[in-house]
Design a protein around this ligand. Structure first.
Ligand code: PEP
Ligand code: MN
Length: 353
């Protein structure tokens, strides 16, 4: 059971509620700082005995393990702002694009230019790559963060990059990385989630390939509970049955489901779901049609030379074609302003009736 106190509840209100819970044989854990949440255990307490107390906003007898991420707690859409770009709400879908990994400054710069020419509003590239094999390219580490910071200087584009290990948070802050990605493998790494909650910058939280929508929202709850309200959820495909030919299976239904359950913006990554560049465009279309508020797409200046995920990276011309395709299908109006993202895209009405 969760007891949520009003933002203006006093210390006396909190003491009285804690006292009542204890007098009924229960125990409560207090969670700050965003809102006071009491997780109540150990007793069969009737919620009605708490709900009318001074300072209590609501009692959730069967909270699904998340509250701050839920639409019940926050009926309006959250809009995450990153250096003047907006993700979520009724804002048109954003395009976040770039190479899987930062390899060299020249490769990063040329891939970034290709992404921006296609209309990307944010540049994404990994300096720390979580790889299945320890022999695969692991990323340039701090040198990669420095390159990302320099390319941002030159092109004026915000950076999204993955934090693979909680111990590197200070470096991400030092290089002022704009958005911290938490990769699919780390979605349930609770230390990273808590640290990202104190990072003072937005978090892009990928869904683990073997996790439910509820587990994904509980992961977001860790970040929100630690004090960071700016979480962007990213659907990147779940484990496919053997009969499915793609790398993962983009869970299209999860997009409207999450938008119903949560106020947080949700974007889709068709690149990792597909694992093959020729499937990126149709999956991107499907995701936006289902209500995705943005796309995360891998774009590389020379995919055949890529050290990581080259098969799924769009070539520069294909990245432009992706935009043209979305425009042709009505997701982006004619004429699209140059290099400003999917401005004016059709906004899908996803709201539950
Ligand atoms: C990535 O974003 O490059 C990546 C490794 O993706 P995921 O965490 O979804 O596997
Ligand atoms: Mn990748």
């Amino acid at each position: 059971m969760l007891v949520i106190l009003k933002p203006d509840a006093t210390a006396e209100d909190l003491e009285r509620v804690l006292g009542r819970i204890e007098s009924l044989g229960g125990a409560a854990e207090v969670h700050r700082p965003r809102q006071i949440l009491l997780a109540v255990r150990g007793a069969d307490i009737n919620p009605q005995t708490l709900v009318a107390m001074s300072g209590v906003e609501t009692v959730q007898p069967s909270a699904p393990g998340y509250w701050l991420a839920s639409r019940r707690a926050h009926p309006e859409d959250t809009v995450v702002r990153v250096r003047g770009r907006s993700v979520g709400g009724d804002h048109p879908p954003v395009l976040i694009a770039g190479p899987c990994a930062v390899e060299t400054e020249d490769q990063l710069m040329r891939s970034a230019e290709a992404a921006l020419e296609a209309g990307a509003q944010m540049l994404r590239g990994g300096a720390y790559k979580p790889r299945t094999s320890p022999y695969s390219f692991q990323g340039l580490g701090e040198e990669g963060l420095a390159m990302l910071a320099r390319v941002r200087e030159r092109l004026g584009v915000p950076i999204v990059t993955e934090m693979r290990d909680a111990a590197t948070l200070e470096l991400f802050q030092q290089y002022d990385m704009d958005v911290i990605q938490i990769g699919a493998r780390n979605m349930q790494n609770y230390e990273i989630l808590r640290r990202a909650g104190k990072a003072g910058r937005p978090v892009l939280l990928k869904r683990g390939p073997a996790t439910s929508v509820e587990e994904w929202l509980m992961a977001a709850e860790y970040v929100l509970l630690a004090g960071n309200p700016d979480v962007i959820l990213c659907e990147r495909g779940v484990l496919p049955p053997a009969s499915v030919a793609t790398r993962y299976q983009l869970d299209i239904a999860a997009i409207p489901i999450v938008r119903r359950l949560s106020h947080l913006p949700v974007i889709a990554d068709p690149s990792h779901a597909a694992g093959a560049r020729d499937l990126v465009v149709p999956l991107a279309q499907a995701a936006i049609a289902a209500g995705a508020q943005g796309l995360l797409v891998e774009v590389h200046a020379e995919p055949c030379q890529a050290l990581c995920d080259g098969r799924q990276a769009l070539e520069p011309g294909q990245a432009r074609a992706l935009m043209e395709n979305l425009r042709r299908h009505g997701y982006v109006p004619e004429p699209a302003p140059a290099a400003s993202g999917l401005v004016g895209a059709r906004v899908i009405d996803w709201r539950p009736s």
